[in-house]
Design a protein around this ligand. Sequence first.
Ligand code: ZN
Length: 335
Amino acid sequence: MILPTELLEDIRQSWVNDFTIQQLITDLQDSPFSHIHYTYHFDQLRRNGKLVVGNDVHLREKLLQLFHSSATGGHSGANVIARRLSAIVYWPGLWRSVQNFVRECSICQRYKYETVATQGLLQPLPLPTGNFIDLTMDFIEAIQTTPFEALYGVPPPLYVPYVHGDSHVEAVDLYIRSRETAIALLQHHLQQAMNRMKQQVDKHRTDREFDVGDMSAYRLRLPSDAIIHNVFHVSLLKPAYASIAASSELPPMSRQSVIQPQAILDRRIVKRKNATATQLLVHWQGYSPADATWEFTDDFQLHYPFFSLRTRNLGEGSIVTNCNGNSAFDGGGNQ
Ligand SMILES: [Zn+2]
């Protein structure tokens, strides 16, 4: 990227009111090698060959905009922008400025996916306090009984912790105490296993807080004509870093704007990382079959959960079509 001439003039202007830079120029005019990284030739102050930008917030903002938000900038990420910018100009803290600028860019905030890990840390269930007490709800609903009952035909006995000396019989006292120790040991190992599991899972996740507390979903104030539900899970939300004026309109989300699958033309098995995965050749609505794309089956089903994969034989091999019509994305739009 080449700097427009007027920007070069703006950069020169930024030196006028910058006392440190004025001092630097004076030093270099007196003695060209007085500052190791700096040169002053042809009225241009450079640091390691890069034009020095004075302490002028507006000018720096203008440069950031040119490199990030303009058509040539293309809203590239902070690292790309910082590398391009620092190839031409220099100011102390340039990388940090770029990071803040990109982070606060309202366009990027709204339209870019996040490159952070899945949000929300694993919240393990509390350790059971007795035998066969803890079961997940759907398990109970599915079998209508506990594993203990299924096995022994009676409800599990109530677990009452033993207090040392409760029994006058030495053998009983010893036996129950050793059982208590075994239970404590079991709980200890369960806790350790759970911590390890949580650690592993959380490695791939980031905690997300909006400074409100332990909320997992937020009710948003939406325009009155919004036809989507107003409660969103944290994983769908991003914190806003810059104060963006609230828009009274939601981004357009017409059915036409969301691409819909029309048919599955083929299947294949491919290698993904070290495992195999199936891909579907998807024919998209409004596009020719020649534009069909290979999509991973699990991703596809995630985005189009209502797209039925029922096979219909049309003579030219098996073709899977959408039997639910084209309403796969009605009311959704959270992708
Ligand atoms: Zn941007």
